[in-house]
Design a protein around this ligand. Structure first.
Ligand code: ZN
Ligand code: ZN
Length: 355
């Protein structure tokens, strides 16, 4: 194993460079992963641009990136679940395993989670990363590294479906068709949903939703959305509305788009705290509202579901770059949010081409 590796280090907003840093040394319960494919997430772009998200602030140089798959190249002494050469997806949040949340299965709420690319924890826009082995999941033959990396954002959609107990009979509307919204649609398909609509103001995204398998995709700016949803669902409102845009109006509007007794799932994080929600209407219609924060226990299920579906989740990948072009890749994700859905980094490719 060589001693140093290339990694994209962010010093402060907009200042990111590929540098040589030490290759991590796996602890006894960790494996060293050679990173083959890793996504750029909205949160990564936000740290790059603003240096902070809420209470998490970039105070010292950090490596971003948390949506990845790769190959095990070294294992710590106590690792038994993976072996050198295994192709794996990496779940990027390592939890304590001891608190009430971890023990009850809701480990995404663990207060002691160590989550990649969340300051001060480094991520994996790098050649290698060391990960606790119980957060590694073997990829079946035929599943690409790219699909393995997409399991992370797909997991958010999976968790949303699990939270709202979505079943094949449900009429589902997904508002916001960025990577999370599109992959939530893919998750809904894997849960057997057949009446599936999406809404987004951007035509490119609506077209992608149709490719993913939406029954239809609507522009919310285009007339009376409530009436058009009712028409789309044959005279009914949605059983489940999954809101991924974070747009305050879209959040407020969910109440008008769901049926009485329906479920609202809120994923998209708004940039303002106070958002009007018609509480009397919510009470009167006995609506269930679910917040979704990351995911828990989704990887094994998502791998099985993906393997057994004909869903092509790589359709959300619009651009691919080597690690040395990371700055260009992040700038693209930052400045062209309409046309760049999921941008992927391939840290090994340029190595092969001798770059
Ligand atoms: Zn992400
Ligand atoms: Zn815990």
């Amino acid at each position: 194993m060589k001693a140093t590796m290339s990694a994209a280090v962010l010093d402060r907003p907009f200042s990111m460079e590929v540098k040589q840093v030490p290759v991590p040394v796996p602890k006894a319960d960790e494996a060293l992963i050679q990173v083959h494919c890793i996504g750029i997430c909205g949160s990564d772009v936000h740290y790059y641009e603003h240096g902070r998200i809420g209470r998490y602030e970039v105070k010292s140089p950090i490596i971003l990136g948390h949506e990845l798959a790769g190959v095990v190249v070294q294992t710590g002494a106590s690792v038994t679940n993976v072996a050198i050469g295994d192709r794996v997806a990496v779940e990027p949040g390592v939890t304590c395993g001891r608190c009430e949340y971890c023990k009850s299965g809701r480990y995404n709420l663990c207060p002691d989670v160590v989550f990649m690319a969340t300051p001060p924890v480094d991520g994996a826009w790098a050649e290698y990363v060391a990960v606790r082995s119980d957060f590694l999941f073997k990829l079946p033959d035929g599943m690409s590294f790219e699909e393995g990396a997409l399991l992370e954002p797909l997991s958010v959609g999976f968790h949303a479906m699990q939270r709202a107990k979505v079943s094949p009979k449900d009429k589902v509307l997904v508002t916001g068709l960025g990577p999370i919204g599109l992959l939530a649609m893919a998750a809904a398909k894997m849960f057997g949903v057949t009446q599936l609509y999406g809404s987004d103001v951007v035509e490119f995204r609506r077209n992608l939703a149709l490719q993913i398998g939406a029954s239809g995709a609507l522009n919310p700016m285009d007339g009376d959305l409530q009436a058009r949803i009712r028409e789309a669902f044959d005279g009914y409102m949605a059983d489940v509305v999954v809101e991924t845009s974070g747009n305050p109006k879209a959040i407020s509007d969910t109440i008008n788009l769901v049926k009485r007794g329906g479920r609202i799932v809120l994923i998209g994080l708004p940039t303002t705290d106070a958002i009007p929600l018609d509480i009397p209407a919510l009470i009167d219609a006995e609506l269930d509202v679910y917040g979704v924060f990351r995911y828990a226990n989704t990887y094994p299920a998502a791998i099985q579901a993906l393997r057994n579906s004909d869903q092509k989740i790589s359709q959300v990948v619009t651009h691919r770059f080597g690690l040395h072009d990371i700055k260009e890749a992040v700038e693209l994700a930052r400045t062209n949010k309409e046309q760049s859905i999921k941008v992927m980094i391939y840290p090994q490719r340029e190595m092969q081409s001798g770059d």
